[in-house]
Design a protein around this ligand. Structure first.
Ligand SMILES: [Fe+2]
Ligand SMILES: [Fe+2]
Length: 170
């Protein structure tokens, strides 16, 4: 993945560190924290199946490109599901783009039916993505990004996780 898209490797490490901090803050046990770390490190692993032209496209994706992009959750989970060591990890990878209000993908899960680790990764992923430069846009200041998380608290994000992130980052 790193060879194909250098952004992704740095992104995954940052999301993993932040996700574990949030999990610890929420009192998640160390074993589950480790599972969340692996899932965060591998959350975009399925992008290996997304063509580089789509991954690195300058500008917004069209509908067909989005459909390909959205497959990365399923592809990543399916590849990891073959490795017994990742038994607890692959469901988190699959659900890392589910939204609290049910508006996410691939299964449209809502609320606490989304695994906690996946809810944590979604919010940490968004925070890191917003505060990093991308080919198609500049990064936002941290205060702006936190405000955006709060704006989407209860729709995209688990409110309890947004509260922890705001408390951790300010
Ligand atoms: Fe992703
Ligand atoms: Fe991501």
């Amino acid at each position: 993945m790193e060879a194909k898209d250098p952004y992704t490797a740095e992104h995954e490490n940052s999301v993993a560190d932040l996700s574990v901090r949030v999990a610890a803050h929420l009192g998640v046990d160390p074993r589950e924290q480790q599972t969340i770390r692996y899932a965060a490190l591998l959350h975009d692993f399925g992008k290996i199946a997304v063509p580089a032209e789509i991954l690195n496209k300058q500008g917004p994706l069209d509908d067909d490109e989005w459909a390909v992009m959205r497959r990365h959750t399923i592809v990543g989970a399916q590849l990891l599901a073959r490795i017994p060591f990742f038994e607890a990890v692959h469901p988190l990878v699959r659900s890392a783009h589910e939204h609290w209000d049910g508006g996410g993908y691939p299964d449209g899960l809502a609320g606490t039916s989304i695994p906690l680790g996946a809810r944590i990764i979604l919010a940490c992923d968004a925070l890191h993505a917003m505060t990093t430069d991308r080919p198609y846009r500049r990064r936002r200041p941290l205060s702006d990004a936190l405000r955006e998380l709060q704006r989407c608290s209860g729709s995209q994000f688990d409110p309890a996780i947004v509260d922890v992130l705001v408390a951790e980052q300010t």
